[in-house]
Design a binder for this molecule. Sequence first.
Ligand code: GLN
Length: 533
Amino acid sequence: MKYIFVTGGVVSSLGKGLAAAALGTLLEHRGLRVLMQKFDPYLNVDPGTMSPFQHGEVYVLDDGAETDLDLGHYERFTSGRLSKLNNLTSGQVYENVIKKERRGDYLGATVQVIPHVTDEIKRRLYDVTNSTDADIIITELGGTTGDIEGLPFLEALRQFNDEVGHENVAFMHATLIPYIKAAEELKTKPTQQSVAKLREIGIAPDVIVCRSEYPVDADLKQKISMFCNIRADAVVPFLDLKETIYEAPLKLYDQHLDSIICDSLGLKTEEPNLIEWRNMVDRIVNPTHNVKIGVVGKYIELQDAYKSIYESLTHAGAANDTHVEVVRIDSSLIEEEGAAKVLDGVSAILIPGGFGDRGIEGKISAARYARENKIPFFGICLGMQIATIEFARNVCGLEGAHSTEFAPDTEHPVICLLEDQKEIDQKGGSMRLGTWETALTPQSLSSKLYSSLTANERHRHRYEFNQDYREQFEESGLTLVGTSPDGTLGEIVEIPDHPFFIAVQFHPEFQSKPTAPHPLFKGFVEAALENRK
Ligand code: GLN
């Protein structure tokens, strides 16, 4: 097994996860089997309990693990399907160490960061090694060198490097080369200092990926090479991407990142065949059509809160030879100004998942506006619940209909708590999570788009469609076309008398890939395009 560890210096939000994922793409296109994972030094057991304002999207895996959004990049950029083993946090590490201490596993010893915490981190590396048939494991370490929380991880990686031999390990360090306007110069000092920090711990990077707004010339590379004790050709500039993040593998290939890494790991492979990837990027960058799609949510000002949804729209756009211009709409604004005004000009409306009651009425107005004006509508998770509430109130005449999440005493609980959630009082990792099968009604729009009578999709919710109201809904024109195989849980509703009205309880956005767009997103963008015409 070969290992690549990706660390970051200088600042966060460097695109370290993107660089790691892009490296994964390149190595996979060289015919290597790649597994990607992330170590996060924060003390939460997983990001599931964090607000999107803190952390961006929570990305859900097949096995129900609630993980860092970088795992979304990994799954979109490589073919690997990840599991809960692939996102380790300090919270999990300490939880295990303390459990062991209470059980008496360390009887007699003082339990310490070194060796007990570092052993626990290394144990995960060995467990992952034993559980995969990959050739290479790429592990990204969250945070920035110098963070106190990150130290045990770096120490564990240093020890691990000694244990498995440096010929099997490559360290890739991502830094920022800031441009100082007044001096009209790119500066290497922050890079030098962050590498010095790593070397203090005993880690010497094999490759330095330099994020920069401007080209990094040979002199600058030479300087970084000298101060950081690294070959000049292993200083890899990574300039801001102009068009799409999917250009990242191509840009890093131009800088020979993959061959530098392969050399340092002693891997001999063919050059990567990137034709399909290039074609996909070309479809994203040079589309014929353009369409505006409104995403009506609560965390709209954040770039990362609906990451996978935005990516899925890009994938679906490329498949339709269309640039999808996402209009991000804060649902609170609809409450103030009305749906007609705020949504004027969009060709389709998407309501994503969410929690908490701020902006709910605005989302309900958006769903109504889409239904009444025959504008393509796609509801996801909370978006499906919103569509149901709207239909109950405004078509079925169930006044005050609501979800018990927001109105526990509503007279018409058309969305209610899942039966097996009733006993649960713990918040972390306790929702209905992970991949579950949906049985689809033949002739439904969804089954046509999937070209199948079943779908396997990832979930993350506590509330569900209340089937006591199913008949009433169906008589009025909202049909339940997808359920769990035993029929007990509602998964998809549609309005057949509408050009495109699909709302799903699951999260299709977690399975869309740039080279394999999700069928529901693809159909949605097609409908948006049709509507625009
Ligand atoms: N808050 C809703 C629920 O728990 C929807 C969750 C979501 O959109 N992910 O069911």
